[in-house]
Write a protein of this length. Structure first.
Length: 194
């Protein structure tokens, strides 16, 4: 550790601590959904791509693990790295549903491409060529912000797609904002300092 940096109070204050509400989530629509986008009007066959922009209020960056292996040797047990990574757990996004359900609709239509609710089938081009699955994936990026809302770290979830859209609870005894969740899975995860 560089002592000059550690002793320089202008570099980092002892009181500077990261806050839980300082983040931005960004993802581009996958190619398969871009054909169904409409920036103006609501439609059962189209989505409004910017509708998720201001609705996310909570998420978790999952733990990063490369487990150890126990090796018995000479009456003791040594631990060495497995040098392998298990599959990542699904990630859950908490969001507030907008008054027109446009943000809910984006995730609903995305999941519907994998299994149509009326036909019980996935989109036909997946059956012809499983390589087209890439057109249903995207990169989900979470930016950690500092106290001035500058981006300081970037978490990328590569080849992501949703698997679950959370339920909706209606109640005439509760007038608070309506919330839901969606889960997505991904192949790789990377963190980048900005």
């Amino acid at each position: 550790m560089n002592l000059n940096i550690a002793n320089n109070l202008n570099y980092q204050s002892y009181l500077n601590k990261q806050r839980k509400d300082k983040f931005v989530m960004v993802f581009d629509l996958p190619a398969a959904l871009k054909n169904n986008k409409n920036n103006i009007t609501r439609s059962n066959k189209r989505i409004i791509p910017d509708s998720l922009q201001f609705s996310v209020y909570g998420l978790i960056i999952p733990e990063f693990t490369v487990p150890e292996i126990e090796v018995p040797y000479s009456g003791q047990t040594l631990k060495i790295s497995s040098m392998a990574r298990p599959s990542y757990p699904k990630n859950t996004i908490n969001f507030t549903i907008d008054n027109m359900f446009n943000n809910y609709w984006v995730i609903y239509k995305w999941i519907q491409m994998f299994n149509n609710e009326r036909l019980g089938l996935y989109k036909s081009d997946l059956a012809k060529d499983p390589a087209t699955l890439k057109s249903y994936e995207t990169t989900v990026t979470i930016y950690g912000l500092d106290e001035y809302n500058n981006r300081v770290i970037q978490f990328n979830f590569l080849h992501a797609f949703p698997t679950t859209l959370g339920g909706i609870k209606y109640s005439d005894r509760d007038g608070s904002e309506m919330e839901s969740t969606f889960d997505y899975v991904y192949h790789q995860f990377e963190a980048v300092l900005l």
